[in-house]
Design a binder for this molecule. Structure first.
Ligand SMILES: [Fe+2]
Length: 241
């Protein structure tokens, strides 16, 4: 079984389209989305529709809950809040309902998904440091936990209580280790690489591979500027931060 696992599309139609094109070559059988379908860019409805077409498993991101009113917009920094208020003016009732119904956690036989951290998924904490990884490993009952939220791909590895972090290239899963894999962001990477990011998990080969794909971010930028959203939301797409 080959799984495509991605996160943080953030209404970026151009990035998500490029990822879906790339996935056509990957013989994917199931799709998993780790939240933040909406927010920041200007095509929330299109992105929701395209995600639904994949018949994926989806867990909620903070922007999904913010857009549908399940999370107070005061939680967000000003430019994120502004984009969510703009998004609320675009979405229709079915889309609000869809976002509100998304669960916080999903479990499969060998892995689990959560947007921020596994120990407190409703808080949408960033899983950046060893202490946060430690708390998520403490409640992880599967071998792998996939997360998003930071928009930066990488992996925490745990073996016999010791945790280390490394960049995500091709990860070969080993039976005596556990992993928290951050799949990066489709629509707003923040690791200095502007290319859209996603992961392919081959359950038979026991490998997890990060993939990057170029997309036409200048079109996304134009649409953000034309919509009157903060200029910084456009500029950051070119910088990958
Ligand atoms: Fe996000």
């Amino acid at each position: 079984m080959r799984y495509a696992i991605f996160s943080d599309i953030h209404s970026n139609l151009e990035a998500f389209s490029a990822v879906l094109d790339a996935l056509k070559q990957e013989c994917i059988e199931r799709y998993f989305c780790i939240g933040d379908i909406v927010g920041y860019a200007t095509n929330p409805s299109e992105c929701i529709l395209m995600v639904k077409d994949l018949a994926p498993v989806i867990v909620a991101g903070n922007h999904d809950y913010g857009a549908c009113g399940k999370l107070d917009l005061e939680y967000f920094v000003p430019r994120a809040k502004e984009a969510l208020q703009w998004t609320q003016g675009i979405l229709v009732k079915e889309e609000f309902d869809f976002l509100c119904r998304l669960p916080l956690v999903h479990s499969e036989e060998n892995f689990v998904l959560a947007h921020g951290t596994l120990d407190a998924p409703q808080e949408f904490y960033y899983l950046n440091h060893f202490e946060e990884a430690d708390r998520s490993f403490a409640v992880l009952e599967k071998q792998v936990c996939f997360v998003g939220h930071t928009h930066r791909p990488g992996v925490f590895v745990e073996r016999d209580g010791e945790i280390f972090h490394k960049a995500l290239g091709v990860l070969e899963l080993e039976a005596h280790k556990r992993y928290i894999v951050n799949v990066g962001s489709v629509g707003q990477p923040r690791d200095g690489d502007p290319r859209a990011c996603f992961v392919v998990y081959d359950a038979d080969a026991k490998t997890i591979e990060v993939k990057r794909v170029e997309y036409n971010f200048s079109l996304t930028q134009k649409k953000i500027l034309k919509s009157g959203l903060p200029e910084s939301l456009a500029l950051r797409l070119a910088q990958g931060k």
